[in-house]
Design a protein around this ligand. Structure first.
Ligand SMILES: CC(C)(COP(=O)(O)OP(=O)(O)OC[C@H]1O[C@@H](n2cnc3c(N)ncnc32)[C@H](O)[C@@H]1OP(=O)(O)O)[C@@H](O)C(=O)NCCC(=O)NCCS
Length: 407
């Protein structure tokens, strides 16, 4: 069985963001509910010219360029998204053309709420292990725009962005142990988006319970009834719809190892929980706090945050990863940081992009939401009218066909 895993990683996201304090003030909410209660600082906002395709292409081309991967080496392309741009045509096939990939590349889209990218990652590992890859790599891209609508409970848990990862049998960043991958599936109505709606419907508090149940189930399938895993790990990474969710998830892992569930009040006084969370999870959540919810890419954004801080002492250390998609499906697995991964810290660090983002005020944000609602039907969109200069952008739909142009 070849050693497979993540060979390259890159993030791309919209050029604009909203401060959570501005949103809180506009909604007459105490800002500390968003900053502390949810753990979010900012959220990325996509303009009408930035969509799932453009973000996926930008992330994909960074992963290829920054990690010196020739497009001809890619034999499978999978785009995980729950915010595709067409009921039938996959985002992946636009991305295939725009990245200049070979026609012999197998290309498809996966949809399972926030789980699509993890499904793509494990499918790519299976493709390599089966021998079909014949030395080629897979490219898995998570790309989503989280939209809950103005004045809804989900509004502060929006965001947008794409994470691209190359998968190979010589992973330069993280090898994933095929013997410790566990899965979980259960039909639940915790979050969904009917065909007639651009906005997600969520039973928010129930979705948190479903997430935690899935964590218990997938972890059990991955490693059995182990009560001493956390002590051996260097990081615990989770699906992060909002930062505080990772704390709840970490608490649940601690409870599993303790063999009992504890109350909110007990959790607040549980020093070992705080110590463990501060050591294993909190240091890798800064990008999630600044970008917001990117749905299926959010777990891998936390992985980028970890790897951009990893020095050579991290080589050989183990990390747990938990992906959850509402509806629901989940995977828990264990990865090992590769020897030499620290050489790629600058290549995968998105700090420069984040420092050049434009801050929106609340009126601009609300206007953009309405304009984005109509963007699919616009014949001509001008990226410069949204302050966009360089990059690939969606420029309108002509004769029912979406048009993309690089500026
Ligand atoms: C996450 C979500 C359920 C929060 O809904 P809400 O009812 O508006 O918010 P809550 O009242 O639960 O408050 C959120 C947190 O802020 C805390 N809070 C509230 N006011 C606060 C304040 N002034 N200062 C500090 N914290 C505050 C609450 O105690 C709560 O923390 P807790 O969960 O640790 O108890 C909602 O944003 C949502 O539906 N999001 C989309 C679905 C989602 O992200 N699901 C995740 C699993 S996939």
């Amino acid at each position: 069985m070849p050693l497979t895993g993540i060979d390259a990683l890159a993030f791309a996201g919209p050029a604009s963001y909203l401060e959570m304090t501005d949103l809180a003030r506009a909604r007459n909410v105490d800002p500390s509910k968003y900053l502390v209660g949810l753990g979010q600082r900012r959220m990325a906002i996509a303009t009408p010219c930035e969509d799932t395709v453009t973000m996926a292409v930008e992330a994909g081309s960074k992963a290829l360029d920054n990690f010196d991967i020739d497009p001809g080496e890619i034999g499978t392309l999978i785009v995980g998204t729950e915010t595709g741009v067409d009921h039938s045509k996959p985002v992946a096939v636009y991305v295939h053309e725009l990245l200049g990939l070979d026609q012999r590349c197998r290309t498809f889209e996966t949809k399972h709420a926030c789980y699509g990218a993890m499904a793509g990652l494990t499918a790519s590992m299976d493709w390599i292990a089966s021998g079909r890859a014949r030395g080629r790599k897979a490219l898995v891209i998570a790309s989503d725009i989280a939209r809950y609508g103005l004045n809804t409970a989900g509004e502060p848990t929006q965001g947008a962005g794409a994470v691209a990862m190359a998968v190979s049998d010589t992973p330069r960043l993280l090898a994933i142990d095929p013997a410790r991958i566990g899965d979980y599936t259960r039909q639940v109505m915790d979050f969904w988006r009917p065909l007639y709606s651009k906005y997600a419907f969520a039973d928010g508090h129930y979705s948190i319970e479903c997430y935690l149940d899935a964590l218990v189930g997938a972890r059990l399938d991955a490693i059995g009834e182990c009560s001493e895993l956390l002590e051996s790990l260097t990081a615990c990474l989770y699906h992060v719809p909002f930062v505080k969710m990772a704390f709840k998830a970490h608490q649940r892992q601690m409870e599993i190892e303790l063999g009992t569930q504890i109350t909110r009040e007990q959790a607040a006084r549980w020093q070992a929980l705080d110590d463990s969370y501060q050591r294993l999870t909190a240091p890798w959540l800064s990008l999630n706090a600044d970008i917001g919810n990117i749905y299926t890419g959010s777990l891998f954004l936390a992985l980028i945050d970890l790897l951009r801080q990893a020095d050579n002492a991290f080589a050989g250390r183990e990390v747990s990863l938990f992906s959850y998609g509402s509806g629901c499906g989940a995977t828990y697995c264990i990865g090992t940081i590769s020897e030499g991964a620290d050489q790629w810290r600058d290549a995968l660090d998105p700090s420069e992009h984040l420092s050049t983002r434009r801050q929106l005020n609340i009126d601009e944000y609300e206007a953009l939401v309405l304009e984005t609602d109509n963007a699919d039907r616009q014949e001509k969109l001008e990226p410069s009218s949204f302050g966009l200069k360089d990059g690939l952008f969606y420029v309108g739909t002509r004769d029912h066909c979406r048009q993309y142009q690089r500026f």
